[in-house]
Design a binder for this molecule. Structure first.
Ligand code: VAH
Length: 316
């Protein structure tokens, strides 16, 4: 019998594309999109949609029971940059929502959980090159702290209550369909929009700020792959390192110039530079590649090709 899936945070950058992908796999009637508001009308009008407050246990439980949900993808979170402006709200949203879903699973209202972690779990004391799965983790952002402690709780609920929760540490995600909100890696999305609209972009990070990045199609594939893997193949129940590529703003600009030679980039680092400085340059994701056969597809130039192709259609 097909899964009955609830996506919490379906109006967001990843949640929106995950909704369409899961509907294509499991059928429209088996995937319920939800969010705190009707902020993405394409999602709201494209199929089953419910208002769910991820911080309200009763709100989540009511939706789970209404649609006989067995699998929850918890995509609602406050990201790194916004989290530094509203630390208590970030802690509350990111942690309360996770406990609500883990407890629904512990009490057998649902059977399976996906929860996104992030390379933001790493901090300034973490080795920055080819960052290993197991290493020093002293995150300096509230967002990173919520992801680090969230990973501990995921592993605890698996070990103590046999909750089938699966997680990956997303790098920066690049997509063209839905704008990201409040992330430090958002420059890598904005730059493509500005390249098409204005042929110039003022970057809020320094030119040599190398960060781990991934195209949305790869991120969605990884999310589906880990959730479809056999339980015994998921040997890490905190969260898996995941990687595709890594690059600097300068390298993105050079990639764009292969298509738009007149494109110009300038740099005006802001508070997000300190966040970026605390994160790895690139990630060792050998455990994901070994345990559940993760393979990425998109390089930087592949990302640039697709982003400019799709955004040209959007704006012209
Ligand atoms: C952020 N896009 O910038 C998120 C992501 C690795 C970064 O977690 O906060």
């Amino acid at each position: 019998m097909s899964s009955k899936i609830l996506i919490i945070g379906a109006c967001g950058q990843i949640g929106s594309e995950l909704t369409f992908k899961l509907r294509s796999i499991y059928g429209d009637d088996n995937v319920v999109a939800s969010d705190i508001s009707y902020s993405n009308l394409e999602i709201v009008n494209s199929g089953l949609f419910e208002i769910v407050d991820a911080k309200d246990y009763a709100s989540v439980k009511t939706c789970v029971e209404k649609f006989s949900i067995d699998t929850v993808y918890l995509m609602a979170a406050m990201l790194s940059a916004t989290g530094e402006k509203f630390p208590m709200e970030a802690w509350d949203l990111n942690m309360t929502s996770l406990f609500n879903v883990l407890n629904l699973a512990k009490d057998n209202f649902i059977k399976k959980v996906f929860w996104p972690s992030s390379i933001a779990v790493f901090g300034t004391t973490t080795p920055k090159e080819y960052t290993p799965q197991y290493t020093i983790m002293e995150p300096t952002t509230v967002y990173g702290m919520t992801k680090q402690v969230g990973e501990r709780w995921c592993e605890y609920y698996f070990t103590k209550y046999q909750v089938d929760v699966r997680s990956i540490r997303y790098p920066g995600i690049i997509s063209w369909k839905t704008l990201p909100g409040g992330g430090t890696t958002d420059y890598a999305v904005e730059i493509y929009h500005e390249a098409i609209k204005n042929k110039s972009y003022e970057c809020f990070l320094k030119p040599d700020s190398e960060l781990p990045m991934m195209f949305m199609d790869d991120a969605i594939k990884a999310t589906v792959d880990i959730m479809q893997a056999e339980s015994e193949d998921i040997k890490i129940r905190s969260s898996y390192n995941l990687s595709a590529t890594s690059f600097t703003p300068q390298e993105v600009a050079e990639s764009i110039k292969k298509h738009i030679p007149e494109f110009e980039i300038s740099y005006n680092p802001d508070y997000r530079q300190e966040i970026a400085n605390s994160w790895p340059k690139n990630i060792n994701d050998s455990y994901a590649r070994q345990d559940w056969k993760w393979r990425h597809q998109f390089s930087l130039d592949d990302i640039t090709d697709e982003m400019l192709l799709q955004l040209n259609k959007k704006y012209n």
